[in-house]
Unconditional design. Structure first.
Length: 271
């Protein structure tokens, strides 16, 4: 899954114009992305919300143009109104970082549309999520919370085969929590739903790779991201969400060559 940030303020790779976002999406498609994830609202730590109309203005033309170019597109939003408009524009998957908690209408929309949905582990909005990073057993608590979101989706009429789960690395978690979740990916795949892993360029990698010049800049974390793609693929993840696709696509090919029977091919949600 290639990241297309149609924003002016994302922590990495912000593309504030339709033309720049579309060009970047096409570049990622050429690098081997199976899916392009278009978002119009930054969810970096400390970020506030944008107006729904502004989010729509950023997202819809990018979705339309990428779909017209033959891309499979998901929309990264926690608003049902934005998700619905993006689906009408040709998106096939909703990637909701709130797991359906931010907008009570989201799960009903997904049920009605019959589209795929990513439900991420989430404890609250980006503006203050760092204050919520308290866990006794982070892997167990995230697993149980994701199980609860799956049950909530089912209660709203969403077929479980529409659902992908995401542990929410970096969202209301310390670096220690992120590493624990990565070590525990096989426990999360035990929920028997496809798992999306979004580790790309995140701050816990910057801290790990810090040197004499301080924390490694986001744009210089792609080699470490590709290493985590290997870890994720070996653990049976359905997809990785990355800013730079080529290295991760190559990493997945290597894992498949070594253990082709153990690593599932990416497949449409609902298949």
């Amino acid at each position: 899954m290639g990241v297309v940030n149609a924003t002016p303020d994302s922590f990495s790779d912000a593309y504030p114009t339709t033309a720049s976002a579309v060009a970047h999406g096409l570049q990622l498609l050429g690098e081997g992305a199976d899916l392009l994830d278009v978002g119009g609202e930054s969810t970096r730590p400390g970020a506030g919300r944008v107006d729904p109309d502004e989010e729509l203005r950023r997202v819809l033309p990018v979705v339309r143009e990428l779909v017209a170019a033959g891309a499979v597109v998901s929309v990264d939003t926690s608003r049902a109104s934005v998700a619905g408009a993006a689906l009408e524009a040709g998106a096939v998957l909703v990637n909701d970082v709130s797991g359906g908690l931010a907008d009570p209408a989201m799960l009903r929309l997904v049920a009605s549309a019959g589209c795929g949905v990513v439900l991420m582990h989430w404890r609250g909005p980006s503006a203050d999520m760092a204050s919520r990073a308290t866990y006794g057993d982070v892997v167990g608590e995230v697993r149980d919370a994701l199980r609860d979101r799956l049950a909530a989706a089912s209660a709203a009429g969403v077929d479980e085969h529409q659902v992908v789960l995401d542990p929410g690395l970096g969202f209301g978690k310390t670096p220690e929590h992120d590493w624990a979740l990565l070590r525990g990916l096989t426990e999360l795949t035990g929920l028997r739903r496809p798992l999306l892993v979004g580790a790309s360029r995140k701050s816990f990698l910057g801290s790990l790779l810090a040197g004499t010049q301080g924390v490694r800049p986001a744009a210089d974390r792609d080699a470490a991201t590709a290493a985590l793609t290997v870890v994720s693929a070996q653990a049976g993840a359905w997809a990785v969400r990355v800013h730079q696709v080529a290295a991760s696509a190559d990493a997945v090919r290597v894992v498949r060559a070594l253990a082709p029977a153990a690593v599932p091919q990416p497949a449409p949600v609902g298949a």
